[in-house]
Design a binder for this molecule. Structure first.
Ligand code: ASP
Ligand code: MG
Length: 411
């Protein structure tokens, strides 16, 4: 029988009623003849609560025990979903990650899936089980310890199962009915897209769109998993949502597919750094050792052998970055000041159409200048342009760009 993967996020399993609703959708697919693998998240808010408990108990926690605690939310919803399906006379059972087994690396709290041997679950399908309900977000390390895949990791679990079982499709049920041109909460004119290319989705996810975990999109792209994002709240179960697919499957796309933003950005400048070979390597080497995710980088033109080095990073990593920079100040780096600006945001436009159409950057900068918004840092890739701006202008920038690229006409 063909296999389908259906993933339900935290809001879709937030209480027993919602679990029943989700189970009904599963029942519809079973009736169509699919064997279904259901991946569940923890009830919404649960993982945050568990993370909080760990931090309160042990500030410098043992990551293996963190994983033992925070993975537990998914165990509850997996069992409840299996029970609900059984009540509907659908043969179902639950599986925790280690039972499948979902084999991962031992990088606790951010483990990567290495393999999902399908034999155990397939043997049960062969015996007549119609639904395997799998706890998302978790796996087991080579040492036999419970691991988790990083926040939002159930999306990645779902795509990995779809790849491992050769599923016809991987449906991600969430609280929005698809992928939007931008966040409808800050731009009323945001439109739902019928289709979006893997690469665009990957950029949007990593630039701040929260609808899918970035790694899940990477994985879907690599294994060509047909990925669909749809709402579990809408009444008709055939609501199409958004299909994330190969760009060849999209007939004609806008130059810009979407506008993404990220609020939690900070900017740091090292003033008057000695400008000679090896400096950037020392600065960014020590930031990387400290686990700081540097994103954008600008180095000024140098004057009298000195230059300014500016970079952006997530606000939560400021402390770590400052400590790392203090530690190399005495070395040959010898900068005069370290200036941190916490009130910045990153706004990006993304679209594969940019590869073949010029002028997108010029238009973006013009739009921002017309609104009186100063650009602090710029980065580009083949299919995206990102700028760092004062956070107070973030929403205005998103709305103005959405208008300028006529995204209200997107579909
Ligand atoms: N419950 C986990 C989290 O909140 C994993 C997930 O839902 O995807 O990060
Ligand atoms: Mg999620």
């Amino acid at each position: 029988m063909p296999t389908l993967v259906m993933k339900f996020g935290g809001t879709s399993v937030a209480n027993l009623d919602r679990i029943r609703r989700a189970a009904k959708r599963v029942g519809v697919e079973v009736a169509k003849g699919y064997d279904v693998i259901v991946i569940v998240s923890a009830m919404s808010g649960k993982t945050n609560e568990l993370v909080g408990w760990v931090g309160e108990t042990s500030p410098l926690f043992d990551a293996r025990e963190y994983d033992a605690v925070v993975s537990s939310g998914e165990n509850v919803t997996a069992g409840l979903m299996a029970l609900t399906l059984q009540e509907m006379n659908v043969p179902a059972r639950s599986w925790q990650g280690w039972q499948v087994p979902v084999q991962t690396t031992s990088a606790h709290s951010q483990a990567r899936i290495e393999d999902i041997p399908p034999e155990n679950i397939n043997a049960k399908f062969a015996e007549g089980m119609r639904v395997a309900v799998v706890a998302g977000f978790q796996g087991v390390s080579p040492e036999g310890r419970i691991t988790t895949l990083g926040r939002g990791g159930s999306d990645t679990t779902a795509v990995a199962f779809a790849a491992a079982f050769g599923a016809e499709r991987c449906d991600i049920y969430t609280d929005v009915d698809g992928v939007y041109t931008t966040d409808p909460r800050i731009c009323q004119k945001a439109r739902k897209l019928d289709k979006i290319a893997f690469e665009e989705m990957l950029e949007l996810a990593s630039l701040g769109a929260k609808v899918l975990q970035t790694r899940s999109v990477e994985l879907a792209m690599r294994y060509k998993v047909k990925l669909r994002v749809l709402s579990s709240f809408e009444e008709q179960s055939d609501a199409a949502g958004t299909l994330v697919c190969d760009e060849e499957e999209i007939m004609e796309s806008n130059v810009v597919a979407g506008v993404a933003y990220s609020r939690d950005e900070a900017q740091m400048t090292l003033r008057s750094v000695a400008d000679r070979p090896g400096i950037a390597s020392i600065i960014f080497g020590s930031l990387s050792e400290a686990g700081v995710n540097v994103d954008m980088i600008v180095q000024d033109i140098s004057e009298d052998g000195r230059t300014n080095m500016t970079f952006s990073l997530p606000t939560e990593q400021i402390q770590r970055a400052e400590t790392a920079m203090d530690a190399i100040k005495g070395n040959e780096i010898n900068y005069t000041d370290l200036v941190t600006d916490q009130d910045v945001a990153k706004v990006s436009v993304v679209g594969i159409g940019m590869r073949s159409q010029s002028g997108v950057a010029a238009k973006m900068f013009k739009v921002l200048s017309d609104e009186g918004i100063n650009i602090k840092v710029i980065t580009t890739s083949e299919i995206k342009i990102s700028v760092l701006v004062d956070r107070k202008y973030m929403e205005l920038a998103v709305q103005a760009l959405h208008d300028a690229f006529e995204l209200e006409n997107a579909a």
